[in-house]
Write a protein that binds this ligand. Structure first.
Ligand SMILES: C[S@@+](CC[C@H](N)C(=O)[O-])C[C@H]1O[C@@H](n2cnc3c(N)ncnc32)[C@H](O)[C@@H]1O
Length: 235
């Protein structure tokens, strides 16, 4: 019988923010796979490290982050094959994913290759959006407010249009796009209420008002949160 493929959300950074189910499955699965950059350590593995028993078969999904070439299809084809060979031997495989697997999670690329062929379960994780809001003490939305989740790499006009439309906004993948995003938020007169959070729930967490940030770049693991005042008509 084939093994089961698990996509495990490991949360935003704090190893105490894994679900009980994720911890149990990490303990039970003989094979643990996780994404990692071309060189260097895997964040997903580092988050789950206190829960990974010794002696597990580990598959490091090394993914080059080349702009314009993501997802790297050949890379995911290769690792999907390696994972499928474990599943065909009847071994359960846990693929770790930072935050939640289905919110911009790299597990999706394994899921779309293997979920039709093997029993698959996705275990949701605490997302960075919840973690950033909690760290900043900034409630995301209330009553009938609409939350827009926006990737900062979007073209400027596109990003601006979405921000104008939304009641509340979480801007992800800020990184090198910080300058562009700050300009848009300034033009729209929203800087005063905007919060910036980097490395939420990790040891190097930083929280500040967006207005306090200088420079045009931020770390990749950063987010900007904005919530417009509730309008009577929208309630
Ligand atoms: C590829 S997405 C992964 C999102 C993840 N699957 C989740 O559920 O949160 C990466 C983006 O998530 C955000 N992110 C993830 N973890 C974060 C953290 N601990 N603090 C701040 N932002 C984070 C950043 O905006 C980053 O650019």
């Amino acid at each position: 019988m084939n093994g089961t493929l698990y996509g495990l959300g490991v949360g935003p950074g704090d190893p105490e923010l894994l679900t009980l189910k994720a911890v149990r499955l990490i303990n039970e699965c003989p094979v643990i796979a996780y994404p990692a950059p071309d060189t260097g350590d895997s964040l997903a593995r580092a988050i789950a490290a206190p829960h990974i028993p010794e002696g597990r078969h580990e598959i490091v999904i090394r993914t080059p982050m080349v702009a314009g070439n993501f997802p790297a299809n050949d890379v995911y084809d290769h690792y999907a094959k390696e994972i499928s060979s474990c599943l065909k031997q009847g071994k359960d495989v846990a693929v770790l994913c930072e935050g939640d697997p289905f919110l911009f999670g790299s597990f999706m690329y394994i899921f779309e290759r293997l979920a039709d062929e093997f029993p698959t379960q996705v275990i949701p994780g605490v997302s960075s959006i919840g973690a950033c809001a909690a760290a900043a003490g900034a409630p995301l939305v209330s009553r009938n407010q609409v939350l827009s989740i926006l990737p900062a790499p979007l073209p400027e006009a596109n990003l601006k249009a979405h921000i104008i439309d939304a009641d509340a906004i979480a801007i992800m993948k800020v990184g090198q796009h910080l300058g562009k995003v700050k300009n848009i938020i300034d033009e729209l007169g929203l800087t005063a209420g905007a919060q910036y959070v980097e490395h939420a729930s990790m040891g190097n967490q930083k929280i500040c008002a967006l207005s306090e940030l200088t420079g045009a770049k931020a770390p990749y693991f950063s987010m900007i949160l904005i919530r417009k005042p509730e309008l009577e008509a929208a309630l």
